[in-house]
Design a protein around this ligand. Structure first.
Ligand SMILES: *Cc1c(COP(=O)(O)O)cnc(C)c1O
Length: 364
């Protein structure tokens, strides 16, 4: 392939952009990990070098997110989609019911899988408003006897994000953080379980993170298939079977990169800066319209419409030609979506804003 190796601006929702210094290090270490003489792609998951990688990954995540004692960190497979099932299979006891807050396609899928396991109550949904916002606390119809409350912190497809942690009282709170994990500080102690497919903001596809409070791990029914038991993965420190060695190695580099850049507070400041510049441009003249309500706007996935579908198509096409790729919105919302995760450069947001201004001048 004699194509250019110059990097374009990647606005894709996931798998998504990774930090350039991380890719450069992966490339340097690909033939032989320093001091090991083998590629990370060829290494045994039971070897000492890999032990250092997975333990370092967990230690850095604990430091970065402030994960307290009493929580297990697991590196799993099957994506966030398998967590839709595992959460219910492990945490929803026979005869119990769970509360789900529905704010988009991914929460709907989580409900669908939980219903195969047991009873699910919809504590709130914003479907009638095309998922253009997340519910307020006073709209949540929570059952104080629920086995847990499940919600999606960032709605990747609709471009909405929770800017508060819902108060579930004494009921364990479970969050799908696939698309905003590590984009801002997390009050881990407010949660009983957090999970995230890594390919949005943490690593390449293939590893799924689960952070579980010890009492949640203890809920695992022994009748579940072994690979679906949180307790088995916790007892074996994510090494019951072969874990996804390469994505875990890359996640470790991404976490080190985040620590070097000042941790999650610094990331949040940067993400607020990037997203607010973009929303300011969207709101400026009325040519562009944001999908999300002002109080629910995502800092990770910025969704917006143009005056017509023809213009939206033209926008996406011309943007791609100009080196701004992946802006076409998800088929269920239409319009445009700019995913601007941690690793997406600030200059890339500036480039999109210039492109938007030019496009409006020509077509507005
Ligand atoms: C992408 C995504 C998922 C699905 O993740 P997979 O790892 O592909 O299963 C689930 N939830 C959210 C919020 C997502 O963004």
């Amino acid at each position: 392939m004699a194509a250019t190796t110059e990097r374009i601006l990647n606005f894709a929702a996931g798998p998504a952009v990774l930090p350039l210094p991380v890719l450069e290090q992966v490339q340097r270490d690909l033939i032989a990990l320093p001091g090991v003489g083998m590629s990370v792609l060829e290494i045994s998951h039971r070897s000492k070098p890999f032990d250092e990688i997975i333990q370092g990954c967990e230690a850095d995540l604990r430091k970065l997110a402030g994960i307290p004692e009493g929580y297990q960190v697991l590196f799993l497979q099957g994506g966030a989609s398998l967590q839709f099932s595992m959460i219910a299979m492990n945490l929803l006891p026979a005869g119990g019911a769970a509360d789900y807050i529905v704010t988009g396609v991914w929460s709907q899928k989580a409900v669908k899988e939980a219903r195969r396991v047991g009873a699910v109550n919809i504590a709130a949904t914003t479907e009638s408003e095309k998922f253009s916002r997340v519910p307020r606390q006073d709209e949540l119809k929570l059952d104080p006897n629920a086995a847990y409350v499940h919600y999606t912190t960032n709605n990747t497809i609709y471009g909405t994000e929770w800017h508060y942690v819902p108060d579930a009282g004494n009921v364990p709170l479970v969050a799908d953080m696939s698309s905003d994990m590590c984009s801002r500080p997390i009050e881990v102690s407010r949660y009983a379980a957090i999970y995230a497919g890594a390919q949005k903001n943490l690593a390449p596809a293939g590893v799924t993170l689960a952070i579980l409070r010890d009492d949640m791990v203890k809920r695992t029914p022994a009748t579940l298939p072994t690979m679906l038991q949180y307790a088995v993965h916790a007892e074996n420190k994510s090494l019951y079977n072969t874990p996804p060695v390469f994505p875990i190695y890359v996640m470790r580099l991404v976490l080190a990169w985040l620590l070097e850049r000042g941790g999650l507070e610094a990331m949040e400041r940067q993400n607020i800066r990037k997203a607010s510049k973009l929303y300011r441009e969207i709101d400026r003249t009325g040519f562009y319209r944001a999908h999300a309500h002002a109080d629910s706007r995502s800092r990770m996935n910025v969704t917006f419409r143009l005056p017509s579908e023809e213009l939206e198509k033209q926008f996406a096409k011309e943007a791609t030609a100009a080196g701004l790729d992946g802006l076409k919105g998800h088929r269920s919302v239409g319009g445009l979506r700019a995913s601007i995760y941690n690793a997406f450069p600030e200059e890339g947001v500036a480039a999109l804003i210039s492109f938007m201004q030019e496009f409006e001048k020509k077509n507005g």
